[in-house]
Design a protein around this ligand. Structure first.
Ligand code: FES
Ligand SMILES: [Fe+2]
Length: 363
């Protein structure tokens, strides 16, 4: 269950080039490539003639040539050549999806092309803003994309799943502030006068090598529909004014996450970790990417196992705790958008709360 009238990250910009890239987006097989001028193209990965994947073909200039009988398609999806006949069948075409390249990703709009407004691409500007530096990866997950959103909206799990890198007991003890509207949910948590967890403490040592004392830690998690979550994270020495707005004495990162459904029970998870200090330090960029990659590997194992357990227990209803508040709002927003697209009533919140029923592969 996903809104179709939305931009989804289809690929990192560097993944799309002059070789054909096949990827399934919202159950739609898509083939991605760039024209000779570098413009990204996304076509349905199924030949008009006999449905074989066009990604098994080859490029001829800006045209994609099917690998079976040689029909060629232009970047707009229209057939440009039928080798065995002079006259082109006028209906010969494949879907060309709207695409936009922004913030180091190629975005695709799987829904109504008339609604594909580039202004609606989620804001992940930290990824190519010169005041920030960082890098990320793509994780292929065997789980419903909403399980990843649940995971990101409740970071108390860092205390347990990431005990060796991101844990503070205060994660569970502190009350977050939650705000939401039709398209977004923001969850803010401050932990005052605590010991920096290893991942953030290591960064603070680079910026303020002499400092040994307690820190203020923050997490500002912002969900933007349908599936982007940015997390403003950091620590600063106590007494330097971070809670009042001056974070200059601390270290600040933006964790960028955007999750693209592949189909029921699988998704593409694009993440990046960016920082606003020591911008030219490529070694630090690599170290942080590797560190976060290891942390997200722990999430990957947990999320894949959770999906398998959900599928094995299709009638199990989940209990929602106060830590699940962010994820609950996320599900309501997504459901409202899908309901609007499908012309149906919104799902009642108590039904929606049954996470297991909603995220089975067969749901
Ligand atoms: S299946 Fe593509 S040209 Fe025949
Ligand atoms: Fe995690």
């Amino acid at each position: 269950m996903y809104p179709l009238n939305a931009w989804y990250a289809a690929a990192w910009d560097t993944e799309v080039g002059r070789t054909l890239l096949a990827r399934t987006i919202c159950e739609r097989p898509v083939v991605l490539y760039r024209t000779g001028e570098g413009r990204p193209v996304a076509l349905a990965d199924a030949c008009w003639h006999r449905l074989v994947p066009l990604s098994m073909g080859r490029l001829d200039g800006d045209d994609l040539v099917c690998g079976y009988h040689g029909l060629a398609y232009g970047p707009n999806g229209r057939c440009t050549r039928m080798p065995a006949q002079e006259t082109l069948n006028p209906s010969a075409a494949v879907t060309a999806y709207p695409v936009v390249e922004r913030h180091r990703y190629v975005w695709i709009w799987p829904g109504d092309p008339d609604k594909a407004d580039p202004a609606l691409v989620p804001d992940l500007h930290w990824n190519d803003d010169p005041s920030w530096a960082g890098d990320g990866e793509l994780i292929e997950l065997d789980c419903d994309y909403r399980l990843v959103l649940d995971n990101l909206m409740d970071l108390t799990h860092e205390q347990f799943l990431h005990a060796d890198s991101l844990a503070n007991e205060e994660l569970s003890d502190s009350e977050p502030d939650v705000e939401h509207d039709e398209d977004s949910v923001t969850l803010t948590r401050w932990m005052h006068g605590i010991e920096a967890p290893p991942f953030l403490g290591m960064q603070l040592k680079r910026k303020a090598p002499e400092y040994r004392g307690p820190v203020d830690r923050w997490q500002i998690i912002r969900f933007t529909a349908p599936s982007t979550v940015t997390i403003d994270v950091g620590v600063a020495p106590v007494g330097t004014g971070a809670p009042q707005g001056d974070r200059s004495a601390g270290v600040n990162g933006q964790v960028l996450n955007t999750i693209t459904p592949a189909g029921p029970g699988s998704c593409h998870y694009f993440w990046a970790f960016t920082r606003n200090y020591h911008l030219g330090d490529q070694g630090l960029t690599t170290l942080l990417r590797q560190s976060v990659s290891r942390v997200f590997g722990q999430d990957t194992d947990m999320l894949n196992a959770q999906q398998r357990a959900i599928e094995a227990n299709p009638d199990h209803d989940f209990y929602n705790l106060n830590i699940d508040i962010g994820g609950m709002w996320v599900r309501r927003i997504i459901d409202a958008k899908v309901a609007a697209e499908q012309g149906r009533e919104r799902t009642h919140p108590t039904v929606l709360a049954s996470v297991a029923a909603a995220t089975r592969r067969t749901a």
